[in-house]
Design a protein around this ligand. Structure first.
Ligand code: URA
Length: 272
């Protein structure tokens, strides 16, 4: 049997290359760049080719931790705060964003003491996600679930005023005067509501768009104008809508949808 060709030990290869293993392990030079290249991170997130992301950086449109980034910048994706055109970008790996069409009867909390089915049980168990805000148990429609705490905070905080659109099947047929009340604001026991957008598809179907998130708000608004809700479905959250997703179905948001959501919760100029 011919002798097997024996490769020189790794040690010798390192010696030949001028870098001994001890050096390779211990010589982490603090001046060497660390982290991922910014254009690579942005391209991975769908902001365009690496070349066009480089152009965005060169044009001064990207900040890292509040400072305008320059080309060649590397970032630690676990800790950096990145914004493109003032819109925060979720660069942290492992963030997931799901859109669920919640069926009636399913609770919007992470667990239910009464043992009812929860929205969290309807999406993959790992990584653990939480619902962004709530829908009443008897309300159906679109609900976001994510492990991105920053966007959850912004989407649920009233100061960001993200629009939510509902279709409500109501008792009776609202008159133009009742629709005007919805548009101008309705007095509820926790105060007057902000003006809503409201239109009627006769005889019973109301489309209502609000940007507050009070408890059972749409139901109480309809009750207040004398047309209690029989069925309530949320059909849009800010820029996110999906008429094809059936009750009980979920899907991951596209990168473009995540970006649109980030843009929808960008602070208004001058709001600090
Ligand atoms: N308004 C309601 O009345 N219920 C919901 O679930 C959401 C908005």
């Amino acid at each position: 049997m011919p002798d097997r060709e024996i490769e020189p030990p790794l040690w010798e290869q390192w010696e030949a290359a001028g870098t001994r293993p001890a050096d390779a392990l211990t010589n982490v030079r603090p001046d060497l760049p660390q982290g991922d290249r910014l254009q690579k991170v942005l391209a991975r997130l769908g902001y365009g080719s690496r070349r066009s992301c480089e152009e965005m950086i060169s044009a001064g449109r990207v900040t890292v931790d509040g400072v305008v980034a320059t080309l060649g910048r590397r970032i630690d994706v676990d800790s950096a705060t990145v914004e493109v055109d003032g819109v925060p970008v979720s660069v942290k790996p492992g963030l997931v964003y799901y859109l669920l069409n919640k069926p009636r009867g399913v609770v919007s909390t992470a667990s239910d003491p009464q043992g009812r089915r929860t929205v969290v049980e309807m999406v993959p168990p790992e990584p653990r996600v939480f619902p962004v805000g709530r829908l009443d148990t008897d309300t159906e429609g679109l609900l976001l679930l994510t492990n991105d705490g920053a966007i959850t905070h912004r989407l649920t905080h009233p100061s960001f005023g993200v629009e939510k659109e509902y279709l409500a099947e109501v008792q009776g047929t609202p008159t133009p005067a009742s629709l005007r009340r919805l548009r101008e604001g309705v007095d509820l026991d926790d105060g007057r509501t902000s003006p809503a957008r409201a239109s009627l598809d006769p005889p019973h179907l109301l489309s209502i768009t609000i940007h507050e998130g009070r408890n059972r708000q749409v139901r109480r608004m309809c009750e207040a104008i004398g047309h209690p809700v029989q069925r309530l479905v949320r059909v849009r959250i800010g820029p996110i809508a999906d008429r094809k997703l059936k009750p009980g179905q979920w899907r991951a948001l596209t990168q473009a949808e995540v970006q649109a959501l980030q843009a929808a919760v960008r602070p208004l100029p001058g709001s600090g």
